[in-house]
Structures are given as C-alpha cells and as structure tokens.
Write a protein that binds this ligand. Structure first.
Ligand code: SF4
Length: 421
C-alpha cells in the first residue's frame, strides 16, 4: 500500500514539474513514506530521519516531509521530536505538501495536479481500491492511522486501469487492508466480484490479482469470479494469524480455526490449481507452546504456497498494547518463528520440486543479474535467460531447477505470447 501511495505522490510531483533524483542529498524535496506496522519498521524511519537531519543542515532550502502511518491525526508529538521536518502527512493525504510547494514555487497546485495515476508505471502495478479498515484486530495499528474503510467507485478504478494499460501495464494488483470487503461501504453495495467482472474485459490487460483478503469476507461469489474470469490469477492470500481459537479470539479475528479450514477446503473445489498463502503471528500475548503447536499443525496440513511469519511486537496505541502483557519471551518467539520458517521451507521444497519439467506461464517483470524475472499466475518467482527483450511478455518457461523460494527455467523457442485481450 505504501509503494502505491509513493507512486501516486511521485506522479503528482512530476505534474508540478519535479524530477526524481538518485540520492536524498541531491533532492530539493524529500518525502519519507513511513510504515509502523512493526517496531523495527518505525526504528528504521527514525534512523532515516536522523540521517536527513544532517543532510538538511547542509541544504537548508530542502523540503522534508514525513508521510504515512507514523503520522497520526495529532502530529504534535512528531513536530516536537522532529522540528526540522517541514510537513507531516497522514496516509494518502498529500495536500499539506502540495500547499507548501505551491507557496514556495508560487504555483496554484490545484491547477497543475490532474489525476494521481502513475505516469511511468512498471509492468505490474498496485492499485489501492479501499482505504482504511473497519476491523479492530487487537494487535494492529492500521485502523487508527488509515481510518475506516472507504472504497473507490468501480467506474473510477476501471478508468484508472484503462489508463495504466495504455501506459504499458500488463498486470494490476488491487489493494486493500481487507480487499475482499470491497464495496460494502458504497451506496450500491457492489462487491469484489463485481469489480473483477468489470476489469476483466479491458483490452491489453493480462492479469488481475488482489491483496490482502480477510477470511470473514471471502465470499463464494468472489471465489466463483476467480474461477470464471481468465485474467484473475489463481492465488489468494488469506491470513490465519493463529491456529488456536483462544488466541484468535484475543486477536479479535472474527473466525475460528474450523471456519478458516472449511473456507480453505472449499476454495480448491472451485479453483483446482489455486495457490494459497497466509500470514502468522507467533508469540501473541498469552500464546502457550501448546497453542502455537496448533498453528504448526494447521500449516503442516494445509501446505500453503507461502507463509509470512512474524513474531509479535507490541505497538503502542493498539488494544493488545494497552490490555495484554507481552508475556512470551524473546527467545521463545525466536524459536517459534524459526521453527515455523523451517517447516515451511520443507513444504515449499517438496511442492516446488513437483514443478520440475513442467511448463509455466510467466509475466516478465524485470531483468536482474543477467536474468529475466517474473511470476507465474500462482505467484511463484521464476528466473530465466533470454537474448531478446522479454519485458512485459507472457512467456512459456520450462522449469529446470527449483528451490523453496524460486524457480529457474528455459523459455520455449516460440514462447513470446501475445498479451490476453
Ligand atoms: S483486518 Fe485486522 S490486521 Fe488487517 S488492517 Fe484491519 S485491523 Fe489490521
């Protein structure tokens, strides 16, 4: 979501006549887009602000802005801590920076900034379709920083995707904190399946993905749309967070382990080759070793294609921080995290090795260290060598080597496919 916000702001700054430079020391305007989902992320922002302070002391005219989730509705505390920062902006609220730049440059920014669609997007582009979140998971700071759920109208999103495709985009990832709750707050109450049906016919668009879903909102109509629509990729991220009902309840996740399993069992009967990924928090307050083992059992049984594991880190301002002692030791959290990572590595080794010799369709997103890289429809990372310019192409690649994290292969001789549509 932050990457998408940064791309949108960059587009607006270009419309104001600014150009990107490589290093903060060369810039007239520096915007630091902050993430505070974990303490380590916030520490990084604070460290970067320290570095910016010394750059700015040598370049007093430089404008420094802090944007994103670190900025709460009341920024007084931040203003006192970082007096050298010129302006503070909450997520997606770019106006304070535009006002400041307009003043300094003698510009009426409202006359200059049109839409915020990225002007030079990459082959695969993120599109926020919902801002904020209506849920209140006890460990999460996001609803306090990004506000309540606000969905964008279908017509506006279709126009934006159309424009992006004209600018070379082949794949869009629709973004929301609870992307499958899309539309519930709109007057006509459309849902994500309606949006997918509206985007699928766009000429020149090859693939559609969406991220991140909440199990409570994953309806059969969304699953059916994924199965029916050619461009919607067979991949769903459904965070479980924990495999024990008592822990899920104290996280306020609104589902039980049984309900989650029933959902996960139901999806492959509609989308046979679906790949599933999940997120897990280990060491949540009060989580016993036995309760953690239930998460392990679920991970072993479901055989996900990706598991993002994080150790619980208390975030000031959340319900868990206020009401639940952080009582699982750091050593125990580290053990659970590494243990789960190892289990998942084994699962992925086995799963990916089954792809040896198979041909997969890859959308080529870039070139790095002499190799092209892209992803399959099921979100597997693939590397291959090819003499031609493969950027943005759909290629058929035969898999020759696998590891838990990526695949390597060789493209078929006549592999350049036309983009669907
Ligand atoms: S669903 Fe829960 S974890 Fe996700 S953004 Fe909303 S409150 Fe945070």
């Amino acid at each position: 979501m932050n990457k998408a916000d940064s791309e949108r702001l960059a587009s607006a700054l270009e419309q104001l006549g600014l150009q990107a430079v490589d290093a903060p020391k060369d810039a007239d305007v520096v915007v630091l887009n902050s993430c505070v989902v974990r303490q380590s992320a916030e520490d990084k922002v604070v460290g970067t602000l320290g570095m910016m302070k010394s750059i700015k002391s040598r370049k007093p005219g430089q404008v420094l802005a802090l944007m994103g989730c670190m900025v709460s509705p009341k920024a007084d505390d931040l203003k006192a801590r970082f007096p050298y920062v010129d302006t503070f902006m909450r997520p997606q609220q770019y106006e304070p920076l535009f006002d400041l730049l307009g003043e300094r440059m003698g510009l009426d920014w409202e006359g200059c900034v049109g839409n915020l669609t990225p002007s030079r997007p990459s082959v695969s582009c993120y599109i926020p379709i919902i801002h904020g979140c209506d849920l209140m998971c006890t460990f999460c700071i996001i609803p306090y920083r990004r506000g309540r759920q606000v969905s964008r109208p279908i017509s506006e999103i279709v126009r934006e995707v159309d424009l992006l495709v004209q600018r070379g985009v082949k794949e869009v990832t629709l973004l929301g904190q609870t992307v499958d709750a899309y539309g519930h707050d709109l007057p006509e109450k459309p849902d994500l399946s309606d949006l997918l049906h509206s985007l699928d016919p766009i000429d020149g668009l090859s693939r559609i993905r969406f991220l991140t879903s909440h199990p409570m909102y994953m309806s059969q109509s969304i699953i059916d749309a994924m199965s029916a629509l050619d461009k919607v990729c067979e991949h769903i991220n459904l965070p479980i967070q924990a495999g024990d009902d008592e822990v899920l309840n104290s996280m306020r996740r609104h589902y039980t382990e049984r309900e989650y399993r029933d959902l996960i069992d139901r999806i492959p009967s509609t989308i046979p080759r679906v790949s599933l990924s999940t997120d897990v928090i280990v060491g949540f307050p009060g989580e016993t070793r036995e309760q953690y083992e239930r998460t392990v059992e679920l991970i072993r049984e479901v055989q996900f294609d990706k598991v993002h594991v994080a150790a619980y880190s208390p975030r000031p301002g959340t319900i868990a921080f206020r009401t639940m002692p952080d009582d699982v030791s750091q050593e125990e959290k580290a053990y659970r995290l590494h243990n789960l990572d190892e289990i998942q590595e084994d699962i992925l080794s086995r799963k990916n090795s089954q792809l040896l010799g198979e041909t997969v369709e890859v959308l080529v997103e870039g070139h790095k260290n002499g190799k092209w890289q892209g992803r399959t429809r099921t979100d597997k990372l693939v590397f291959f060598e090819d003499e031609g310019d493969a950027l943005g192409e759909l290629m058929n690649v035969r898999i020759t080597r696998t590891s838990p994290w990526s695949l390597q292969g060789t493209p078929h001789a006549t592999a350049h496919l036309r983009a669907a549509g």
